[in-house]
Design a protein around this ligand. Structure first.
Ligand code: MD6
Ligand code: FE
Length: 200
């Protein structure tokens, strides 16, 4: 059982809203190209490509490790702004939280995964982390506050919203795998996940 404050709302976005959001994200990717992040210390590449929008973006590399920074690691330019649509969703889901500062854009290929982790690189854990999924379905794993706590899995589909707030803010979670060909939004197999965060 996931801790209190874990929320999954299936079909939060209509197909039309998903298409509009996808267009915004493609524009953000055009301004801030996807890149392959690497693990702290080992320099091992992640299987997920990433970029960000917002005043701050989450990055990782061999030397600097996990962190937030205001510029793209490869172009050196500021991240593009968070689309208004995402700010509105944040205000709906987290009405008492200050506005989001970072939107991490994760792009999964058919064989990408994201290991069990908790989102703990922010200076503040009062605000929730809000996520939206686009494209193919994925198996999402959610556990407890300790890495070894029991986990369960649930299927995330295009348009689904997940919130990690309250006692679940620091719960371990990850993506076991993508189910290629299950979604109709993208023109190739894969999945995009957006995570909105307050950082400071
Ligand atoms: C994903 N999601 O769905 C990965 N983190 O691809 C996350 O890592 C995540 O969905 C914090 C809050 C919600 C999430
Ligand atoms: Fe996460």
């Amino acid at each position: 059982m996931a801790p209190d404050g874990f929320l999954h709302i299936a079909e939060y976005l209509s197909p039309d809203q998903q298409s509009r959001l996808l267009a915004e994200i493609r524009a953000a990717i055009a301004a801030a190209p996807l890149y392959i992040p690497t693990m702290p210390r080992t320099g091992k590449p992640l299987s997920v490509q990433m970029t960000n929008c917002g005043p701050l973006g989450w990055v990782t590399d061999k030397i600097g490790g996990y962190r937030y920074q205001a510029h793209h690691p490869e172009t050196g330019r500021a991240w593009p702004p968070i689309p208004d649509m995402l700010k509105t969703i944040w205000a709906d889901v987290a009405p008492t939280a200050p506005p989001p500062e970072a939107c991490l854009i994760n792009c999964y290929a058919a064989d990408s995964r994201l290991g069990l982790h908790c989102d703990a690189d922010e200076a503040e854990f009062t605000a929730p982390v809000v996520s939206l999924s686009l494209g193919d379905d994925a198996w999402f794993r959610i556990g407890g506050l300790k890495r070894r706590d029991p986990t369960s899995r649930l299927r995330l589909r295009s348009g689904d919203l997940v919130v990690l707030g309250g006692a679940a803010r620091l719960a371990y979670h990850g993506i076991d795998r993508i189910l290629p060909g299950t979604g109709s939004l993208l023109d190739a197999p894969g999945r995009i996940n957006l995570t909105l965060r307050r950082v400071t």
